[in-house]
Design a protein around this ligand. Structure first.
Ligand code: SF4
Length: 316
């Protein structure tokens, strides 16, 4: 069986930075270390940190006063920041800079009096965080049907923003519906769907037609991973989202000559390699890399972490 390995796949710069934040903070303050929401949406990453003494919380009330708390890669609303501040917490912000960019756009447009249509999944951590920047000015739009329900007029200043991890195709359908209904709507200065989401989707779109089956390594709550399975299905190739090799059902491989393997932006590479080793052992064959885009993005660790490191170095 041929294994076609999508490139790029797996960790993006934002996920790398967020994971490094937790690793560094553990070295500096030790455990327990509190992280607000899953640092990235991956079960294996979260479980590894839990065994190292990280406590993941869904409410700042769960963080004891004066402790260090890390905000996840998906970002948080100002209400969460304020709650952490009120408890005297030291805050480390591991929000991906590309998510922060969308927050900044929301703040800026809200201040200018724009009504903001936020295209994204209601309830996703990132959307909750962005919405919280200007709740009176933001309306979440999840589908073209939602656009029909909007009650703005052509006199209302309108702008749309998008969640960073949407399917480009799905987002475009919604954005086109918004533009049809409100031709005067303003677009953001640059695309909000991030480079990593775009590139992983492009790779699947270009490669899935060569495969009989697509395996996407990632967790069920990882938006960008779920989108990769949908894109593959749209191309006409069956796709399954698996957290690791234990979730593979080998009945899927009946009649399969080529399998495309990719991974969402929060899935560790060792899980991909374990799956490949397992497939080669069972079915034989070879591995071909489908190289679509070169990535060299890197994000610096947040200033708050560097300050924490310096403060502890002085105390030591
Ligand atoms: S998927 Fe995109 S927005 Fe999300 S962490 Fe990675 S680079 Fe940042």
């Amino acid at each position: 069986m041929k294994i076609l390995l999508a490139n790029p796949r797996g960790f993006c710069a934002g996920v790398n930075m967020a994971i490094q934040c937790v690793e560094e903070a553990l070295k500096i303050v030790g455990s327990p270390l509190y992280v607000y929401h899953e640092i990235v949406h991956n079960r294996h990453v979260v479980q590894r940190f839990v065994t190292q003494g990280v406590v993941f919380v869904d409410s700042i009330d769960e963080v004891p006063p004066n402790q260090t708390v890390i905000f996840s890669a998906h970002g948080v609303s100002p209400t969460v920041r304020q709650a952490a501040k009120d408890r005297g917490c030291t805050m480390i912000d591991a929000t991906c800079p590309l998510v922060t960019k969308v927050h900044m756009e929301a703040i800026r447009y809200a201040r200018q009096g724009y009504k903001i249509l936020l295209v994204g999944h209601s309830g996703h951590d990132e959307v909750v965080g962005t919405f919280g920047e200007a709740p009176d000015m933001i309306t979440i739009v999840e589908s073209p049907e939602d656009v029909d329900k909007l009650r703005f007029t052509d006199k209302d200043p309108l702008v749309y923003l998008t969640q960073t991890t949407l399917s480009m195709d799905d987002a475009n359908v919604i954005i086109e519906a918004i533009k049809r209904r409100y031709p005067h709507v303003k677009a953001p200065p640059s695309d909000d769907i991030c480079y990593a989401t775009t590139n992983r989707q492009l790779a699947v779109r270009h490669l899935a037609h060569r495969a009989d089956l697509v395996l996407v390594v990632g967790s069920k709550n990882s938006s960008n991973s779920v989108r990769l399975t949908e894109i593959s299905e749209n191309v006409g190739t069956r796709a399954y989202l698996v957290d690791d090799r234990s979730e593979i059902d080998h009945r899927w491989f009946q009649g399969v000559h080529t399998v495309l393997v990719t991974a969402g932006a929060s899935a560790p590479e060792h899980l991909v390699q374990e799956i490949i080793a397992d497939l080669l052992e069972r079915y034989g064959g070879d591995v071909e890399t489908g190289h679509i885009v070169e990535e060299n993005m890197h994000f610096e660790l947040p200033v708050s972490l560097r300050i924490l490191r310096e403060q502890h170095a002085v105390k030591a």
